[in-house]
Write a protein of this length. Sequence first.
Length: 448
Amino acid sequence: MEDSTVHPASFICQCEKIRIMKPVIIIAIAFVLLIPLPVFAQDVYIQIDDLPEWADYASNVMYLSTEAWKEANEGLQFYKVDSGSDFTVKWVREFGGEYVGYAYGNQFIEVGLGDSNCGNHWNPYSESYMSHIMKHEIGHIFGNEHDNNPDSIMYPVALNREYGVVEEEYRLTAGYGQFVPFCTIKDLTSYEFSFSTTDETYGFDYYIVPSGDEFDKWVESGTFQHYSNKDCFGEGWLSISGTCKGVSAGSGIMILLGEDLTSPLVTITVKQYEQPNIINSKSPLSSKSITNPGVFSPVGSELLDSAEQARDELQRKLFDMKYKKIHDESVIKLQKEKQEREEALENKLREEKYQAEIQQMREAQEKIEAEKVIQQKIEEKTVSSICGTGTILNKNGQCVPEPPLHGDPEPSSKGGGCLIATATYGSELAPQVQQLRELRDNKLLQTE
Ligand SMILES: [Zn+2]
């Protein structure tokens, strides 16, 4: 888990503007992506940043990703906490460039909420795609490196990019058409859609076509090809929703307005949602001829559109700047916190070592003291054994006779040896006895 490597190039996006997009990779279709085993049973605490208000489509992503890891690793548990987490999850509106997810060491994860790689504006990712990214980045948190197996969740290229519901509005006038690309990168897929117009009387025709080229053909010659499965085309609708199955990468929607409109400009709302299911067969193509009425200038809506695009762009830039600031700040903060933790740990260890040394010294001191006491006792015993039987050492260091239980205290003030001297010299008051006494007291007893 001690990995401070940055994994910025986790995912590579194969997207270009969809009109010129060719499938550049063979997409490996895998219902269940391999999740590396084992992580070992443990409790994992995650701090999850709140999703932006507009991104509630991602509210299940964390649940789905952690469930997948739990299923693959028995005993693994995840807990959402407000502080003291093992790692933090942050959301990014759009990374820009090729990244859709990011793991910083084992400290935090950032997951993209969408990108601007389809059409000319930002689109949200689908729940399943975001869950895929999240699972991959959690893999990094658990210390997994990239894996060359395309079925592994640790495969570094995020295949099957999917958007959530993509909604756009187009201002059109009579006889005008619009091509709206689907945002898929799959070879074969299905789209749920819903289209509506602000005109309450005159409807629109729609055709789901294999590429933007069909729209150009309609402009040039009025003849084009479209998918002919159920729901894949319709005429004269004010509002319609359905599912067109079996369309390929590069396909999209052609919306065509007739000659009659209630007002000069109508707004067409186009919603598209790529279905996560796998499709086996392609919708057949049919030819269609509609005389191009020749009225083909986007009227004043171009100005409106470019003003809106500029505003969107500005908002995106502001968001990116704000995000970058938050991102940089959190990196600095996390690094600072890590340093502080390390310093605190170092201080703690140093303090513990210091305390242990003090304790050791104290114990050694106590041992010395104890030994001293024992030594003293031994010495006392040794010294007292210097005096002969029936005598004891008095406080002046003299061997004196043990006091008898009854009787004359006089002999007790004299040394035991003195009795012999007294006997030799006839009286204890004899000058020779006194001389011997002084010799004993001053020399013999003082030199141990
Ligand atoms: Zn990665």
